[in-house]
Write a protein of this length. Structure first.
Length: 339
């Protein structure tokens, strides 16, 4: 089988994760690296046995079949369009763009050229979330009525190589667009696209970034719940779904274990919630790349194509627009502490 010539654009922390994942996918062969810091890129290339290293993405034209875009957010859309319009397949890290308008241009470029576009919502590939989706589809806990998603941690500068996430011009925003989109994508994958009922954050300066926020969403007209995020404190870090016949709880950031309580189950009535342990470690990024390789080889859409990736961005855009129109409240720091 002919390997898919693949280049990584952006050799930061997430880029290194993609390189490790590619080692587990025979169809993918990383043939080139691109990074503004050429010295660093050469060190990465030496570590992974990659000889071709460039400082400019345009140097890849005509040399690759697929690019993995793992740059700061502001480069996602323009780079994706540049490669897609030339018929080169793109796996773009989340978030796909700063606006739905930019995202639509990415989708259009993919449709016109026939090149595949995938967005890096890797959590959809985790066995725990696949199992959760099956539980809901098979109506284990009855009709879902409410949910709560909490994800909070203390951000430190070593979490990214360039620390771009603290600059709104480079990142597009703060906690919501940075890691909150993972939670939004999870909810959308499980429940459909939501209506934004309420949003507030702690942003005081429109040129700054939000570190703490909460929002209320409604799915399918009657499933309501909250999303609570923080980059300054640890929260419960759980994702809970309640239904008419039970409930499910799992970790929000790194889901490994699920707790399932089915009210009409003899096991649950006798022992309480049942713990289900799954193994997702070291597989979600490689599974994502395998899915992209299959999409290219078999000429089909990847699991998270542009039309799927834009859905969480629509929610982000509505939240940020509500803040700018002064319809959203300002979240005081002390209010962001959630027990």
């Amino acid at each position: 089988m002919k390997s898919i010539r693949t280049a990584l654009i952006g050799c930061g922390n997430i880029g290194m994760t993609h390189l490790q994942a590619a080692l587990l996918v025979p169809e993918i062969k990383i043939t080139a690296l691109v990074d503004k810091d050429l010295t660093w890129a050469k060190k990465v290339g030496k570590k992974f046995g990659i000889d071709k290293v460039y400082s400019e993405p345009e140097e890849l034209f005509g040399k690759v079949d697929l690019v993995i875009i793992a740059t700061p957010n502001y480069m996602h859309s323009p780079l994706s369009i540049k490669f897609l319009s030339r018929g080169i397949n793109v796996l773009c890290e989340k978030v796909m763009a700063f606006s739905t308008e930019e995202a639509e241009k990415m989708i259009s470029a993919s449709e016109k050229s026939g090149a595949k576009l995938a967005i890096g919502y890797n959590r959809r590939y985790r066995p725990s979330l696949k199992f959760l989706k099956r539980i809901l589809e098979e109506n284990w806990i009855g009709k879902v009525t409410e949910f709560e998603y909490q994800d909070g941690f203390v951000f430190t500068s070593n979490m990214t190589r360039t620390n771009y996430v603290t600059d709104r011009k480079l990142s597009g925003g703060g906690a919501l667009i940075d890691f909150g989109v993972h939670g939004l994508d999870t909810l959308i994958w499980l429940l459909g696209e939501p209506e934004v009922l309420f949003y507030r954050d702690d942003l005081q300066d429109e040129n700054g970034i939000e570190n703490n926020l909460d929002l209320e969403l409604r799915f399918n007209k009657d499933i309501k719940g909250k999303v609570i995020l923080s980059r300054t404190k640890f929260l419960k870090n759980t994702f809970t779904l309640k239904g008419t016949n039970g409930w499910i709880e799992m970790g929000s950031g790194d889901p490994l274990n699920l707790k399932v309580c089915k009210q009409d189950s003899k096991i649950c009535s006798g022992l309480g919630a049942v713990k289900v342990k799954t193994n997702w470690r070291s597989t979600d990024f490689s599974d994502q790349l395998k899915n992209m390789a299959d999409a290219i080889i078999q000429d089909k859409q990847p699991l998270v194509n542009g039309s799927e990736g834009i859905k969480s961005l629509r929610v982000v855009e509505k939240c940020y627009l509500s803040k700018r129109s002064k319809k959203a409240e300002v979240l005081e720091t002390e209010e962001a502490v959630v027990s």
